[in-house]
Write a new protein. Structure first.
Length: 226
């Protein structure tokens, strides 16, 4: 009788690799079901800037997520010089009141045409937002094979046109799903702030309080879990 082969199958190795990669991408803990359902948003891009912020936003009450989205949109407009413009103010007021966005924010093309026709006064040069460096993903070793990692390529920031990043933050903040609205508005606001984005994230954290106890449906194994 032959001994049973206990070596991991290709499927086992693939699943193990996927689990390690997901833990790495989400900062050492698996996302809650609510965050998993937000995968159609810019959540993965936001993870590059602040994984803890993403995990904190997931279990918040909808009204707090809305507050985060509103602050992100408003600060994006302020820092880009748009906040006091006559065609922007009604949109911010609508966000605060929970009303649908007025024209031209109900038409993506018209919104940017309006911006081109009514640009704010040009401000100082701002470079794009570059997320902080993080350790590269190290796949799990299998069958004694050597693990090979590759260094990341440094990103070079370039000057940005802040108003063009701010407008999508306003549209995102009005989204139907409060969590996605918060995630997307913050992501667009980060890119509006560009190199100065840590100032924004500091204020965003002040908007919410950490919920007591365990997150609603999060799984939180350590990064070394298999």
């Amino acid at each position: 009788m032959h001994a049973k082969d206990t070596r991991p199958t290709l499927t086992d190795r693939h699943q193990r690799h996927e689990r390690h990669y997901e833990l790495w991408r989400w900062g050492g803990r698996l996302p809650s079901d609510r965050l998993r359902r937000a995968r159609g948003s810019n959540v993965l891009g936001l993870l590059e800037f602040d994984t803890e912020l993403v995990h904190a936003l997931g279990p918040l009450a909808p009204e707090v997520q809305r507050a985060v989205a509103l602050v992100a949109a408003r600060r994006a407009c302020e820092v880009s010089g748009l906040a006091d413009m006559g065609w922007i103010t009604p949109a911010l007021s609508a966000l605060e009141a929970g009303r649908p966005l007025p024209s031209p924010f109900d038409d993506w093309d018209l919104m940017f045409q309006t911006l081109r026709a009514n640009p704010p006064k040009e401000g100082p040069l701002v470079l794009g937002a570059i997320p902080p460096e993080r350790p590269p993903f190290v796949p799990p070793a299998t069958d004694g094979a050597e693990v090979v990692t590759f260094p990341s390529v440094p990103r070079v920031p370039e000057p940005i046109n802040q108003p063009f990043f701010a407008l999508p933050a306003v549209v995102a903040a009005a989204g139907a799903d409060p969590l996605i609205a918060a995630l997307d508005a913050v992501w667009h606001a980060i890119h509006t702030y560009g190199e100065h984005y840590p100032r924004l994230l500091e204020e965003i954290r002040s908007v919410y309080a950490e919920p007591a106890g365990e997150p609603d449906d999060a799984e939180a194994p350590s990064a070394g879990a298999e």
